[in-house]
Design a protein around this ligand. Sequence first.
Ligand code: F6P
Length: 323
Amino acid sequence: MKKIAVLTSGGDAPGMNAAIRAVVRTAVFHDMEVLGVFQGYQGLIKGDFKRLHVRSVAKILGRGGTILKSARCMDFHDLEGRKRAHINLVEANIDGLVVIGGNGTFTGAMKFGRETGFPVVGLPGTIDNDLSGSDSTIGFDTAINTVIDAVDKIRDTADSHNRLFFVEVMGRDSGFIALKSGIATGAVAVMTPEMGMSIDDLVAVLHAGEQSNKTSSIVIVAEGDPNGGAYEIAKRVKEKTDTYETRITVLGHLQRGGSPSCFDRVLASRLGVAAVEALRQGHNDVMAGVIDDKIELTPFEIAISTKSRINEDEVRIARILSI
Ligand code: F6P
């Protein structure tokens, strides 16, 4: 393998730049050439490639976002788009591809690799942490620390006014951000797609908190909770009880930005090295991840279909400590 390409796709995540840097430097270390592909699969279809050198990735280790830009590309869902992407890779003499992203990215990579036989290795880059094959995804640690910082501030004002706050965090299909940050901020309740808490259960928990003299309460809501987002849940609680003075905060995209934490920088660096070395060893159709502090390669199909499960012990801890 003499020449590889790297791209970032889907929702950006802090640490993607650290991963790009690691991929580029590992490739150069092994005497390979690297091309950066701009705007994810869109750039693959358009042939938007640029040679990256060791110094092209200097001083990006601590920067949020992605220097290669990202996109959610509809054209890559079509066979025609994937064929065009393959032609561009072959014409540029590229021997292997590293994709950094989440579920959608790996679904595209899997189809593309199987249709064309082109070697593709993935790195888990998403704040959602909703992939199997890595204990943590790149960006998750930074995102939960951003949430903690915001919720601690909300707690100050909530407590000053004896208010109940509903704080909505990201996680379209998963509650990893909600659960971890709920434990770390002492939330009275955490609502996630996996935990299935009803509005009646929530009201009972709030009343119990009031009985035990809680002066302020924070409910963390994952955006994908089946009861609705924070606004909908707050409205439904209000219909059942008017005991609380409530406020709502939707943290939104601020969770995706910022300088990556030490954990995410190191994870991205380890996985960037692992992905390039996996390609060199002939691996294909796999995602590099860290499980129990060891690098593991997991087939894309498993990484995207066996969604990692919410930690039941953490669910229990959240419930016990919120009384
Ligand atoms: O996939 C990561 C994620 O941050 C989800 O948690 C969120 O629902 C989604 O991206 C938002 O995507 P967009 O930036 O395209 O609105």
